[in-house]
Ligand binder design. Sequence first.
Ligand code: PLP
Length: 304
Amino acid sequence: MRQSPWSSLKTGDHLIAQRALYGGTLALLHDLEKRWGIAVTYVDGHDPDEVRTALRPETKVLYLETIANPTGHVSDLPALSAVVGDDVLVVVDNTFASPLLCRPIEQGADVVVHSTTKYLGGHSDVTGGLAVFADPARYRTTWHHSIELGVTPDPFAAWLTIRGLRTLALRVRRHEQNAEILARRLAAQPAVHAVHAVHWPGLDTHPSHTVAGRFLSGYGSTFSFDLADTEAGRKFVTGLDLVSLVPSLGGPETLVLHPASTSHRQLTEEELNANGITGGTIRLSVGIEDADDLWQDISQALDR
Ligand SMILES: Cc1ncc(COP(=O)(O)O)c(C=O)c1O
């Protein structure tokens, strides 16, 4: 069968991806490897030389997440996109940052994807996604392809998303103010496992703090932290009253989940370790409620 002129990858091609990614994306990359014969090389994403070494003649795509789910890892998008050159399509999932904190095309990306289910819709009442293209010709061909595949939202979902967008700027700032308060208080807690165990890139202990400061205008509001083990994590998530145990993020209400058994459940033990996720890792999507109310709930659950 002839290769679709709209697809960026075909059997035999090679893709470079950062190691720290949303579990669903990693599952998709595994599928590309196993079923479609597309080779994938994983990189840390801080060092341009690592990407330069990974490049092959058949490399077609570099895939990054601006602020990674759930560890807050930030790859050096401007440096990496400069290294791969014009023949490699740089695709960036900007879901965690939203366009308020990063405009990836201005940093060298060719395609930006968002889950609009999260901050863009912003109210936990719609599911959807979108892709933004630096090149209008690529946009037009992909648009035809997406119609063929049926990847179009129904009108009400589109309307809800557009309505949500009107308050994006207010919400993102408030989410982040709350996230900073909670991240700093969590970092001072003895129950939180180790010094580097609050994975919010705004903390100067976070390995991506310096890189993030170079091109993000904020550090986001969904982040993770590590408790001692799975049992401690279970006690914490079931001990919360105000914060709900729900596998989504970016809505007005604060949500918690256990990545190893939900968002990253497809990963093997080894892959979880490589991603920096333990059984005790907890992810918080910090909402826009009163920060002290949230802290009261979190600290009573930690006490358990
Ligand atoms: C970074 C990132 N991208 C994409 C998705 C997929 O989102 P959706 O639930 O809209 O399919 C998620 C879901 O958590 C995510 O965290």
